[in-house]
Design a protein around this ligand. Structure first.
Ligand SMILES: O=C(O)[C@H]1NCC[C@@H]1O
Length: 151
């Protein structure tokens, strides 16, 4: 749960796909991922990024250089498996909008969907960018386990 100024307390997921992202349905901000103005989507995503950065410490188990939140991905909320594409927009770094569905972003979405039991290994999903309509496919191929010691 993150307290997002102007939006209140919002449940977001944090997932890693080569970079850490906050992931949340655009609907939580009253926005339709396909029809909302990009500026409004960017404002909502940036508010989430800033709130998560201020309220949570992001730690990569092996690499301190990767221990930060790279951005926020607003989605259509369609995380359960479907043959239909699921749409997202990735707002990363300094409020940049990716033209594509985002390589590291869809990897994070796949890891999260697998973690939630919504996607099986080798089950391909289609990801679409709401910014341009460009499409990626992706699947989880194996589970890797990293042990973290807090001693
Ligand atoms: O697709 C990617 O993973 C890169 N493009 C924008 C965000 C990342 O840097």
């Amino acid at each position: 749960m993150v307290d997002v100024p102007g939006h209140g307390k919002v449940v977001v997921d944090i997932a890693y796909g080569g970079a850490f992202y906050a992931l949340v349905s655009a609907e939580k901000f009253g926005l339709d991922i396909c029809f909302a103005k990009t500026r409004d989507l960017v404002n909502a995503a940036s508010a989430v990024t800033e709130a998560v950065k201020a309220q949570f410490k992001i730690t990569h188990p092996d690499n301190e250089d990767l221990s930060f939140l790279y951005g926020t991905i607003l989605t259509d909320g369609k995380d359960a498996y479907s043959e239909e594409p699921t749409t997202n927009i990735c707002v990363f770094a300094d409020e940049q909008v990716d033209r594509s569905p985002t390589g590291s972003g869809v990897t994070a979405r796949i890891a999260l969907q697998y973690h939630k039991g919504l996607l099986k290994l080798n089950q391909t999903r289609i990801f679409k960018s709401s910014a341009t309509g460009s499409v990626f496919t992706g699947k989880a191929v194996r589970v890797s386990v990293t042990f973290v010691s807090y001693l």
